[in-house]
Every structure is written in C-alpha cells, then in structure tokens.
Ligand binder design. Sequence first.
Ligand SMILES: NC(=O)c1ccc[n+]([C@@H]2O[C@H](COP(=O)([O-])OP(=O)(O)OC[C@H]3O[C@@H](n4cnc5c(N)ncnc54)[C@H](OP(=O)(O)O)[C@@H]3O)[C@@H](O)[C@H]2O)c1
Length: 372
Amino acid sequence: MVDASNVEFQVKRRELPTHRTVLVDQEPLVPGEIRVAIDRFAFTANNLTYGAAGDLLGYWRFFPASDNESDEWGILPVWGFGDVIESTVDDVPIGDRLYGYFPPASTVVMSPTDVRRSSLTDGAAHRQKLPPLYNGYRRVLADADYDRADDDATVLLGPLHLTSFVLAHKLSTNAFYKAEQVVIVSASSKTSLGLAYALSRDEDAPTVIGATSMRNAEFVSNVGLYGETLVYEGIEKLPQASTVVIDMAGNPTVASSIADRLGSQVQRYINVGLTHWEEQGATNAFSGRPQPANVESFFAPGYILEHMGDWAPGGFDSASSAFLRDAADATFGWMTVSHQRGIDGLAATYEEVCTGTLPPSVGVVVEMSASR
Ligand SMILES: NC(=O)c1ccc[n+]([C@@H]2O[C@H](COP(=O)([O-])OP(=O)(O)OC[C@H]3O[C@@H](n4cnc5c(N)ncnc54)[C@H](OP(=O)(O)O)[C@@H]3O)[C@@H](O)[C@H]2O)c1
C-alpha cells in the first residue's frame, strides 16, 4: 500500500539554516513514470554546498519544492538508495533498487529513459539541462557484488571519494603543476580525506599539507594521511615553496592568507568546495575573493565527462570502483555513522551540519524507510 502523502525537507534558498517540513498529496502516476520510496541517504557539507551554489550551478532545479508560490524554498539534493514502489514502466518493476541523486523526501516520481540492465536515467523534462551525471541511477540489484551492508559507506563516501579520485587524476596527469607541496584546505572534510588518501598512494605526489580549523586539527593530524597539519590561524607557517592549493572551504580569509604567504609560488589554486559557505555571498559562489594567479574552479561531473577518454573503454568505471572500495576501507573504519530516523531526524541534526560543529569523524545517514 502506497502512502497518500509525501514528506519533503525544504530549506530557504537565501537563508540555508532555515528549514521546514512539507507534507504533500501524491499525484497518481502517468504512463512512463515510476514512484521511488527513498530508503536512506547521507547528509554532509557537500549537500549544503548544493544550496550555497544553487543559483549558480542549478542545483535547485533537480527537485522543485512543493507548496512554494513565493519561490523562496528549495530542496537540497542528496545521494542515496531508493526502491521502486509503483511503476508504469515494464522494464523497471516494483522492487527495483536504485542508487543516485534523490530529494530528502519520502518518495520521488521519475521518468526512466535509457533503461539498461544496470542503469537508467531520469528523463523528467525539468532535469534535461542539468549535468547528466546527476541524472543517472544505478540499478544495484543487477550488480552481483552489491551488498546492502555497504549502503552507508556508499551514500556517505561514494560521491565524495569519486571527486577525490578525479582530483587526484587531475593532479597527477598535470605532474602536480611542478609544485613541491599540495595544500588541502578544509582538510577534515571527507572529500579532502579521500584526496589525501589517493595522494598517499601516489609515489610521485609531493608533500601534502592539510589546513583545518583549530577544533579539527587533532583529528586531521591523527588520521595520518597528511604530511603536515596547519590551522587556519597558522597559515603564515606554510613552507615557502611552489604549491598547488585544493580549496574545499571557499573561505576568502583563508584564501587571502595563503595568497599573502605564498604569492607567486602558488602554481595553481583549485576551488572545489564551499564548506565554509557562511563566509561568502551565495550569489556567486566561486568569485569575490582574492585570486592568486592560475585560479580555477573544479566541477567533478564536468571533469568526468571531459576526461572519460583518458581511460580505456570501461576503464574509468573499474578504476574508480576499485578506488572507492580502497578509500572506504581506509577511511570508513574511523567514521561513526549517526543514523537519523526520517525527515525529523534530519531536521534535528541539520543545524550541526550547517554550522560545521558535527565532528568530522561522524557521518549522518538518514533512514527514511525506518520511519515509515
Ligand atoms: N566541485 C565538486 O565537484 C565537488 C564534488 C564533491 C564535493 N565537493 C565539495 O567538497 C566539500 C567537502 O564536502 P564533504 O561533504 O566532504 O564535507 P564534510 O565531510 O561534511 O566536511 C566537514 C568539514 O567541513 C568544514 N565545515 C563544514 N561546515 C562548516 C561551517 N559551517 N563552518 C566552518 N567549517 C565548516 C569543517 O572542516 P575544517 O574545520 O577542516 O574546515 C568540517 O569538519 C564541499 O564544499 C563540497 O561541495 C565539491
């Protein structure tokens, strides 16, 4: 029996910490549609960044918020698993399990296209102009290696470590821009830790320095993936050497301290994230801060599309899957999963994610099916 209503977690687009829960009646499916009950999803700083860069990069358009005449509310997409509970599509039966991009909600309606044995695409009209990587779903039951026991690690680390994997590829294929050191800003984030892990396996990688806040310095130092740990207040201690900066924080104060300290020794400054999203205006997420020479923005889905050909056919999938497995093995052990029950559970922990006060060793996984 399908519930008659859908519950959605919405945030104020221009005031991300403000959130509400909206209950909406479900519309009957039309031919070509499926209804997916979201089972579980992760929620990290990455999801907030979708909001901080929502206008610039189109993230608000994936899952339009219901009951939103004022257009001030939006839905932050999440990575998770969902089960098909209603279907008008012969090739996608009830019981099929999907991994991909979902709204933090109890259900979502999708319009499968390009249905293959192990994947499908949501062909909903409003998603067509959005980056294709986000519209693809894995049909996990077709994968002989799929094991539900790995679901938490997959939702928490999969999308972030995929970014770490391609960032490491970019650095190594560019010979680390001839730098003597790589500085990773917001070193305690899962994406940074995945990158530090990738670089720890690369014998050509230069010294990797993790920059983090005072409260997370001990954690960053203890994970043993960085050659050195620096706090933001101690940027003036950065060795004066040619440097590549991978910036997951987007904090203008930190960026300008690095520029002041290293000046033209910054070979490349790569803006990847906005974990310190409160530190800057949401209107133009990647501008408005002092820009050292050679600054660029990195967008993993774009990089993957552009560089897929760097691997032999099928090579990207097998290399990235192997990396995701190894990186999860290396980092999931010291992570504690904080399971939250349903949208109420997400609402209860949302402030900690917004303020960055959740310890970096904790990963939030929201279980929707447990709350039904
Ligand atoms: N460009 C791309 O394609 C791409 C793809 C994937 C991820 N990313 C980006 O990578 C970044 C990391 O995401 P994640 O999910 O891995 O992060 P995460 O694990 O949730 O990161 C948590 C850490 O971020 C910092 N932080 C979070 N919120 C903060 C706040 N309000 N104020 C100050 N510091 C805060 C703290 O680290 P510190 O104390 O160490 O600063 C905190 O320990 C995100 O900005 C995400 O968008 C980008």
